[in-house]
Design a protein around this ligand. Structure first.
Ligand code: PLP
Length: 405
């Protein structure tokens, strides 16, 4: 099946506007994706007609909201192919999910233990582990990358040891687009009984993810990168691991009973969902998942690869442009620099032309340090983008070069 681009673009109201007098070209999808009308309508309808707090009320509105909320959990379960719906924890996003696990590991890690991450991580999969290590005396170890922006797998295998208590790595890099060989990592880690957390923030918008096939212990994602609302995310965890970890936050909903002498915690998933959750966000995320499922994640992946190939070829034609991240296996992200031109200047001129790209370190300062650059210009494509828009980017870059050249 081919993507029906005209129909799809109509589904996204935000795309049909002018920015600085030019039709918007939105190439900042790795930072956050736009929302189809079904998601916007779902949230509006919830607040207009359905709002009530969940899990607590005997009245009809509360029961209906609870049912919708729990139905969304089942949608996520099916989307990730988790074994149980109680392995799906609703969080604020990827950052929140990783912090939940990192907080739990504070009660597991001891002096001399190691947490293995990679040089390719977003800050949100670095800092929580640094904090966990600081509090426990454990050490952070880092898989280095090569010039293409790929993990050096030999180094990974050397770093994996009996001291390693967790491997926490991203599935797809936000800064360079590398699709990482997580299967090999999980296989090697499991041969030493080491659990693996995958940061799936950038994988889930581009590909189908099957957590049972992957066999990872934890998988974190963000709703807003998956065409859903901000402030909602998912942490998948294997049942035995979620049972092993202590609660992240205390409060309502996460308890079975409370007295001043002793509190007993609720069972999964509620143990990790303290307080009134983001009900509207959960319902919006369900709509977003239904939406991309209807298009087909394989159809999306194929079309985005076409955009990636086209964009890479166009940008490579520009004299003085250099693409950072040239892995064999890549998602639709192109990070680049123009010789002698600061990324902010490129981004600012492109914005004047209505083209939204991201500039800077993309919350991955260690990658920029690795390449000895202050940051990059990043164009990241979603399935609602077109080759014509990439042509506009190409023309825009030529304009930037003329102005600063
Ligand atoms: N991990 C990766 C690879 C990301 O790209 C991002 C966001 O850009 C995050 C984690 C953090 O996601 P959030 O800010 O939605 O928690």
């Amino acid at each position: 099946m081919k993507i029906n681009i005209e129909k799809i673009r109509k589904d996204f109201p935000v795309l049909h506007q002018e920015v600085n007098g030019k039709p918007l070209v939105y190439f900042d999808n790795a930072a956050s994706t736009q929302k189809p009308k079904v998601v916007i309508d779902r949230i509006a309808n919830y607040y207009a007609n359905e709002h009530s707090n969940i899990h607590r009320g005997v009245h009809s509105l509360s029961a209906a909201a609870t049912e919708e909320y729990e139905a969304a959990r089942k949608t996520v379960q099916a989307h990730l192919n988790a074994t149980h719906d109680h392995e799906i924890i609703f969080t604020k996003g990827t950052t929140d999910g990783i912090n939940l696990v990192a907080n739990g590991f504070r009660s597991i890690l001891k002096e001399g233990d190691e947490v293995l991450i990679s040089e390719l991580e977003h800050h949100s999969n670095i800092v929580p582990w640094q904090m966990a290590c600081e509090g426990t005396g454990a050490k952070l170890k880092v898989i280095p990358i090569n010039d293409q922006g790929e993990w050096i797998m030999e180094e990974f295998h050397n770093l994996l040891s009996d001291r390693t208590k967790l491997v926490a790595v991203n599935h797809v890099s936000n800064a360079l687009g590398t699709i990482n060989p997580v299967e090999e990592v999980i296989h090697a880690a499991h041969s030493k009984n080491i659990p693996v957390l995958l940061d799936g923030a950038q994988a889930t918008p581009h590909m189908g993810v099957n957590v049972q096939d992957l066999d990872c212990e934890f998988y974190a994602l963000s709703g807003h990168k998956l065409f859903g609302p901000t402030g909602i995310g998912v942490l998948y965890g294997k049942e035995d691991w979620l049972n092993k970890l202590p609660p992240y936050q205390g409060g309502g909903d996460m308890i079975k009973s409370v007295s001043f002498e002793k509190t007993t915690y609720n069972e999964l998933p509620f143990k990790f969902e303290a307080g009134t959750p983001n009900i509207a966000g959960v319902l919006g995320l369900k709509s977003a998942i239904d939406y991309v499922t209807a298009i087909g994640l394989d159809v999306i992946a194929e079309y985005e690869q076409e955009l990636l190939e086209y964009g890479t070829e166009k940008l490579s034609q520009i004299e003085g442009s250099k693409i950072y991240g040239t892995a064999k296996n890549k998602a639709s992200v192109i990070s680049f620099l123009l010789e002698g031109i600061h990324p902010y200047d490129t981004g600012t001129i492109l914005d004047k032309l209505g083209i939204a790209v991201r500039t800077g370190h993309h919350c991955t300062e260690p990658i920029m340090t690795r390449f000895g650059i202050p940051g990059t210009v990043r164009a990241s494509f979603a399935f609602y983008n077109t080759k014509e828009e990439i042509d506009k980017l190409y023309d825009g870059i030529l304009r930037v070069k003329k102005m600063f050249g």
